[in-house]
Design a protein around this ligand. Structure first.
Ligand code: ZZB
Length: 258
């Protein structure tokens, strides 16, 4: 899978995370949360950044001035893709639990919401991407279901309600809607992030309709088909130093007979 890895610069750490990294990062360096996405053209609609509260993350040195918050697994993959200073070498300077990152304020490249919060999502997989997911509730049913849940039960999740209530702005027009994810969540009667089966179906529908029938409503490529705009937005982000290509090895099926 060829992902776009986006650089969300940390502006303000949540208190627990600040404690874990104290004295470990040079004053003049930047730290980024780095989600892997298949939908770079939707980055205008980011409203938060998800981490798995129970997952372990590391802070990895990418270069003298840049550090990434990702899973160890993500870092191991990146080490062989010319992303870090030295091929095959990973340099972890701190460990941090997902739950300790919640509340961290980051900059979201291209988004209408320049600054967004790190929020918890239990369904983030440790086995995919970087373990960090940028949230686009206008076009991702999983994200819409999760921000709805977080706003409803902010206290339970230990967050401020307003962190989950950023305006959801239409990014892509399709024949059925300009807010495809909320539309599908309602249509398939999805009531929580635990409705895994319906969410999977909604995701597949959203991918298909968004890609083949979507037209950009916003940004530099407004009016262009998603199919056409997607690689252009990606290039633009990469050229600006706000993103880079990240690929994932296929999951191997290990057979017992070897
Ligand atoms: C932003 C975005 C906007 C995404 C959208 C999707 C959509 P897939 O589809 O399952 O192959 N993702 C990335 N890493 C993880 C992870 N570790 N755990 C859970 N989810 C993860 O995976 C690719 C998408 O799943 C990624 O693209 C990311 O969310 C999420 F409008 O990034 B996406 C219809 C989907 N729309």
């Amino acid at each position: 899978q060829e992902y776009t890895a986006l650089k969300l610069k940390v502006l303000e750490w949540a208190p627990q995370a600040a404690e874990s990294i104290k004295g470990k990062i040079p004053e003049d360096a930047s730290v980024f949360l780095v989600p892997a996405t298949l939908r770079p053209e939707t980055m205008y609609g980011q409203t938060c950044c998800f981490v798995g509260p129970n997952l372990n993350y590391g802070i990895f040195k990418a270069s003298e001035k840049e550090y990434f918050v990702i899973t160890e697994r993500g870092a191991k993959n990146m080490a062989y893709q010319g992303i870090f200073a030295q091929e095959g070498v990973i340099d972890k300077i701190a460990d941090v639990r997902g739950t300790d990152l919640v509340g961290t304020l980051v900059n979201a490249p291209l988004s209408f919401h320049k600054q967004v919060r790190v929020l918890p999502m239990d369904t983030v997989l440790a086995t995919k991407g970087t373990g960090v997911v940028t949230s686009v509730p206008s076009d991702s049913p999983d994200d819409f279901a999760m921000v709805t849940e977080l706003a409803k039960k902010a206290d339970f999740y230990g967050i401020k309600k307003e962190w989950a209530e950023l305006e959801i702005i239409p990014i892509i027009q399709t024949p059925t809607s300009d807010l495809l994810a909320p539309y599908l969540v309602k249509k398939l009667k999805i009531s929580s992030p635990k409705d895994a089966k319906q969410l999977q179906e909604a995701k597949e529908l959203a991918y298909k309709e968004g890609f083949y029938q979507g037209v950009m409503k916003v940004g530099e490529f407004a009016g262009e088909k998603v199919e056409v705009a997607k690689p252009k937005v990606r290039e633009q982000l990469i050229k600006a130093g706000l993103a880079f290509a990240y690929s994932e090895p296929e999951n191997k099926v290990v057979s017992r007979s070897g």
